[in-house]
Design a protein around this ligand. Structure first.
Ligand code: FAD
Ligand code: NAP
Length: 343
């Protein structure tokens, strides 16, 4: 292969790499060919080679929003681009370019240490910066979409690097353009815009009860970390991918009918004419909370989280998910959509 003198080296190939520690369900997974990407410049030649062999491929960040089979055929790109810099700062906003492989929670900590509040509600979400826009991560009423200026990515369709402006990403509730075009873009860098103006957002009940007066961003960060550590299973201890289903958003008429039959129904206002139902409540009502099916189960403190007690597989989790979907549809007439990306 002829390579220009200053071209970056191709990423190292690791054949048959075990990914048990790189997916938070802790499934036994073997990637036929794994490549660690440390520099965006490695991508074009690698993707050319992958395309030439017609290999299936995918990108993996922290593996905290995926359901992986026991064998991942073809090429798996392990994202590890970690460069980070402040690109501009004025009286209105600070822009920061962050490599796709940077750990999300570490970036939130860094932003607060640099007096750039805004991301504190999104503390302790596992995974990488590059994956965060894929499902437009959100928690406690804040979404990453509010802070993304633009995204740099390799477009495998045009085989070029592209910059997508915030509007191009079509961010929505746990959704984005990327999610609808899987295996097209490899996100290499996210450019964040953090406005100087800051406002505390503590309207979620779990968070609100921590404060009597206006909290600082650091205090919110601390509270979010405390609540999440108590409520959610730590993937290092018990395998999970966070919420396994999205909260369904239904038309108001359907909500009214459901409410008349189930007065305890937990829901929140959403876009005009619609209502967001708490999927965890629906699953709990069906009696699944804390239940076990073989090696997998429903977490005892939060019915929205499916867990691997050890030795479970993607098939086991998807089997449990189907039981839950069927029962919720039968009892409430509501379809639950799986949130993690299933391979
Ligand atoms: P991965 O799981 O590795 O990948 C997810 C998807 O993104 C895959 O399809 C992958 O191909 C794609 N992808 C990853 N990196 C790139 C890239 N560089 N370019 C292109 N595509 C890419 N999510 C929330 O929204 N809010 C929460 O509060 C939240 N809490 C969680 C709590 C727990 C305990 C767990 C386990 C998960 C939680 N999640 C939450 C889900 C998950 O953490 C996020 O979706 C996170 O952004 C996934 O990052 P990751 O690097 O692990 O992505
Ligand atoms: P929670 O506070 O017990 O609330 C249950 C559900 O009700 C949440 O999913 C949330 O929707 C919704 N909700 C609560 N208060 C609301 C309000 N004031 N306005 C609108 N919606 C409201 O939820 P939790 O399980 O402890 O999680 C706390 C936050 O972390 C939530 O935002 C949740 O999405 C996020 N989280 C996400 C994941 C994931 O994997 N996606 C995992 C864990 C936690 P929303 O989900 O729309 O916020």
């Amino acid at each position: 292969m002829n390579r220009a003198q200053n071209a970056p080296s191709l990423p190292k190939l690791s054949p048959n790499l075990g990914l048990k520690s790189r997916n938070t369900f802790g499934f036994e997974v073997c990637a036929e060919q794994a490549y660690e990407i440390t520099d965006a410049a490695q991508i074009p030649e690698l993707m050319q080679a992958i395309a030439a062999q017609n290999l299936p491929w995918r990108v993996l960040g922290g593996g905290s929003n995926v359901v992986l089979p026991s064998t991942l055929p073809g090429a798996t790109l392990l994202m590890n681009i970690t460069a980070q810099e402040i690109v501009s700062a004025d009286e209105k906003e600070t822009r920061i370019a962050v490599g796709a492989g940077v750990n999300w929670h570490e970036f939130v900590i860094w932003s607060l240490q640099h007096d750039l509040p805004g991301l504190e509600n999104l503390a302790l979400i596992p995974g990488t910066v590059g994956a965060a826009p894929i499902q437009n991560i959100g928690a406690y009423g804040v979404e990453i979409a509010q802070y993304v200026n633009s995204i740099e990515a390799f477009d495998t369709q045009s085989q070029t690097f592209v910059t997508l402006a915030n509007a191009d990403c079509q961010f929505a509730y746990r959704d984005s353009y990327f999610k609808h075009h899987p295996n097209r873009f490899i996100v290499t860098k996210v450019i964040f815009s953090i406005p100087k103006a800051w406002q505390a957002r503590t309207h979620y009940a779990d968070l609100a009860k921590h404060f009597s007066t206006g909290p600082s961003a650091q205090a919110i960060f601390d509270a979010v970390c405390a609540i999440r550590s108590q409520k959610l299973p730590n993937p290092k201890v018990i395998g999970n991918a966070g919420s396994f289903f999205q909260n369904p958003i239904v038309p108001n008429e359907q909500y009214e009918t459901l409410l008349s039959k189930h007065p305890g129904l937990v829901s929140y206002p959403d876009a005009p004419g619609t209502r967001k139902l708490a999927a965890g409540w629906l699953i709990d009502q069906c009696g699944f909370k804390g239940q076990r099916m073989g090696e997998v189960g429903v977490y005892e403190n939060q019915a929205l989280v499916l867990v691997n007690h050890g030795g479970g597989t993607a098939q086991d989790i998807l089997g449990l998910a189907k039981c839950i979907q069927d029962k919720v549809r039968n009892d409430f007439g509501v379809s639950l959509q799986i949130e993690p990306n299933v391979y």
